[in-house]
Design a protein around this ligand. Structure first.
Ligand code: ADP
Ligand code: MG
Length: 428
């Protein structure tokens, strides 16, 4: 190329580059940009065909991103090894090629013409470079009328290649941004749902506390009087049966009120450094006799090297007890209850699984709600409390279950040194 012509880009070409630049900057739709790029390239250079290849770095191959021309459909899906053919050479060396007669160019590979039935005579091929790395190739083929490509054709193509490279890079960035955004939105929604659940539970809690308080005294009174009534009635009196029923129901109410006040007590926790393993051991010991009676085998797998956690030991005892109790209640005819405690990244995972009757999928979401129970004598407050206690520890609880197979409860508690990890290492 001579020096003179390199300094004078004709007005027409300059216009094209400027207009193209505006398009690149205004469109995030890569297909639009590429479509225009090769359309203009082909028109201005009076070429028969044109294509944009993108580099597939892991495979070290080029693939056709977009093509124009008579055989554009048959080139779709074509992949070229980097280093193979003129386009491959350009991608490998990051250098442009103008080949006015490919039959004299050793880099040219006739393979693709053979595949498509197209006859390539001349090629102008420039690399698409972004951040000093090749990301693809822009190519125009066969100047019409058998004429050679001119120096200004080459300049125009090089100018366009710069813009196309930017557009491709922007499109990739945009895509990544879109994916990140979708992720953030999803996380936000989950956090929001958790928040709504906690709020709802707190609101319910206040209501429940009021009711429990009002109920406690009358229950005590009824219980006391029934007891006296029973003593007045002789051992064979038919009315004793009724008294027994009243007594039983009163006991049930008393138990409910007890659970409600327990529920109120776990609304907030006082955390201090403590060991989790003894807590778990205590709960296992408590339930061992009942398990034995039901024919349930308890299997434990506890990592002894878990460091002390910031925790409220009495509350965690309550939480684990309720989960264990549910597990045992789901296996009236025996089964296996397993408890696993082990560290995972920055957390401790407590996994309690049973081989019981399971929870129906459509009921899984409601199990944390107060008074949701499938048991005739259940209060439906166990998991409500468990959830609250886990939240008090800034942990997470997840229950998965399969009908007639069993239930798995996973409680995740953060390890103390990692509770603020995020703010210490913002780059992670
Ligand atoms: N391990 C489990 N297996 C089967 N069902 C369970 C299990 N854990 C909880 N559930 C279901 O969730 C409901 C709510 O549990 P919970 O809040 O402890 O209340 P309750 O035990 O008083 O019914 C239970 O009634 C039961 O239907
Ligand atoms: Mg329960």
């Amino acid at each position: 190329m001579n020096k003179e012509s390199s300094q004078h880009i004709p007005q027409r070409e300059l216009d094209a580059i400027l207009r193209f630049g505006t398009l690149v900057n205004s469109s995030l739709h890569i297909e639009d940009v590429l479509e225009h790029a090769i359309k203009w390239a082909q028109e201005f250079m009076d070429a028969e065909a044109s294509s944009v290849y993108e580099l597939d770095r892991p495979k070290n191959e080029l693939f056709i991103r977009l093509a124009r021309g008579e055989k554009k459909d048959s080139v779709r899906g074509i992949r070229i090894k980097v280093g193979e053919g003129i386009a491959g050479w350009v991608a490998q060396t990051s250098r442009a090629v103008v080949s006015q007669d490919v039959s004299k160019d050793k880099r040219f590979s006739p393979k693709y013409d053979e595949k498509t039935g197209f006859k390539t005579r001349s090629v102008m091929c420039v690399p698409l470079i972004s951040k000093d790395e090749p990301i693809g190739v822009l190519q125009v083929i066969n100047k019409k009328g058998g004429k050679p490509f001119t120096n200004s054709d080459f300049k125009l193509l090089t100018g366009m290649a710069q813009q196309v490279a930017i557009a491709m890079e922007n499109a990739k960035l945009y895509q990544r941004l879109k994916e990140d955004y979708a992720l953030t939105t999803r996380e936000l929604k989950m956090t929001q749902e958790k928040l709504i659940r906690s709020e709802r539970l707190t609101a319910m809690g206040h209501l429940v506390q009021g009711v429990a308080h009002e109920i406690r005294n009358p229950i005590m009174t009824i219980g006391g009087f029934v007891d006296r009534l029973k003593k007045e009635l002789g051992p064979g009196d038919k009315l004793r049966e009724y008294a027994d029923v009243i007594m039983e129901e009163t006991n049930r109410l008393e138990k409910l009120v007890e659970q409600v006040s327990e529920f109120m007590n776990v609304q907030s926790a006082s955390l201090s450094s403590d060991l989790l393993t003894p807590v778990a051991q205590k709960v296992i010991n408590k339930f061992a006799p009942l398990a034995k009676k039901q024919g349930v085998q308890i299997v434990t797998w506890v990592d002894e090297n878990i460091p002390p956690l910031e925790m409220d030991a009495p509350q965690l005892t309550i939480a684990l007890s309720h989960v264990m109790e549910n597990a045992l209640e789901s296996m009236p005819d025996g089964g296996t209850l397993s408890l696993e405690i082990h560290p995972s990244n920055h957390d401790v995972l407590i996994t309690i699984s049973d081989t019981g009757f399971g929870i129906r999928a459509d009921q899984l979401d409601a199990v944390y709600d107060p008074f949701v129970t499938s048991k005739p004598r259940g209060a439906g407050l166990g998991l409500t409390m468990v959830h609250r206690i886990v939240m008090n520890h800034r942990g997470e609880i997840k229950i998965s279950s399969q009908l007639d197979k069993g239930t798995i409860v996973v409680i995740r508690l953060p390890m103390p040194n990692h509770q603020h990890e995020g703010s210490l290492h913002p780059g992670e």
